[in-house]
Write a protein that binds this ligand. Sequence first.
Ligand SMILES: *Cc1c(COP(=O)(O)O)cnc(C)c1O
Length: 427
Amino acid sequence: MDKTEYVMEAFGVSRRSAELVAEAEKAISDKFKELEEISEINQLKVMRAFSDNRVSERHFMPTTGYGYDDDGRDTLDKIYAQVFGAEDALVRHNWVNGSHTLATMLYGVLRPGDTLLAITGKPYDTLEEVIGIAGKEGNGSLKDFGINYEQIDLVDGEVDYNSVKRSLQSKKIRAVMIQRSKGYGWRPTYSAEKIGEIVSFVKGISPETICMVDNCYGEFADIKEPTDFGADLIAGSLIKNPGGGIAPTGGYIAGRRDLIELCSYRMTCVGIGRECGATLGFNRQAYQGLFMAPHTVLQAMKAATLCASVFSILGYETDPKPNDGRHDIIQSVKFGDKDKMIAFIQGIQKGAPVDSFVVPEPWDMPGYQDQVIMAAGAFVQGSSIELSADAPLREPYIAYMQGGLTYESAKLGITVAVDNILKIVQA
Ligand SMILES: *Cc1c(COP(=O)(O)O)cnc(C)c1O
């Protein structure tokens, strides 16, 4: 039995669907080579950093209590800094998610009277309450602490350079915020290099302005990170790319040494900073996760490219397109039809190793205007470096797929998703 027959028999997929996926896979073989090259360079960077820092068994030992002299923790900080081309970094399990890590970066650096300027449009949803443009007054948002916020929206997916220039010239802007990934929006994701150009533009007008980057979903998608190109601070989640599907929780911030120190005072408290923080056995998975990350990100990038290729052949608009440059792991597909989008999400669920027997349904998720349907079945709850897909039930019915610890398992999810849709089309 060959693999086409196996997927047909084991998962009830039609020959047509299995063959369509095989055809879509052939069409992107050159793209795969490009992605493999990026992954290999990133793997070499990680290997070099492990070697330079003499990683050994002792770095994996758990510490308790204050966690003074946790060499595993302090060495991991150095390794992240080296890999990301930064002066310094903080990597901690205590950060509960990406939002918490990003908030620490903002609170760490901004002071009363400062102005934060978002120059790639509205930041990620969860940061709205942190900034104070949503939520209750008095909760302790940046706004409550007298930090001003301004925003410049993208114009046709591009930074509105004229408005940014005007704003930087008209008053003192303490920090700008740049979001690398499109997240769950229909806009381009910026390459690390492009972010470098944006940073240079800002610094050319206002050298003192701190450039902070929400780096979520972007790590290891390019051979460089925004910090390699002069960004002052980047932050992200370990249950996305840099955790490699192994880290069970946590976040990181990397960048300029003086700013990392300020972030460390917000991470714990002023005066203590990074000196304390027991790691309780987290280190082994954090190291192994970073070691795996270039390869795991490659699996996810391949899965995203396959998804784009399959649905392009079927005539759907995808972002990015199969052969476009890719700077994060997210793939969006515009279905223009509610039932097809639901069929897609339900198919992706079949590629999950956990809860693959479950059929996702749309639900009223707190904090969202429209109903949302999600496919997820991960070893780490909510991990989106593992195969997952989300879609709000609104026109034009766009689904966002990301992750996949192995290309093969993600390919199964995509194959079942295609099969579900073809069944609707034929009915
Ligand atoms: C995932 C993500 C975040 C943080 O989300 P968490 O769920 O808190 O980890 C922030 N910004 C972007 C662009 C993201 O994709």
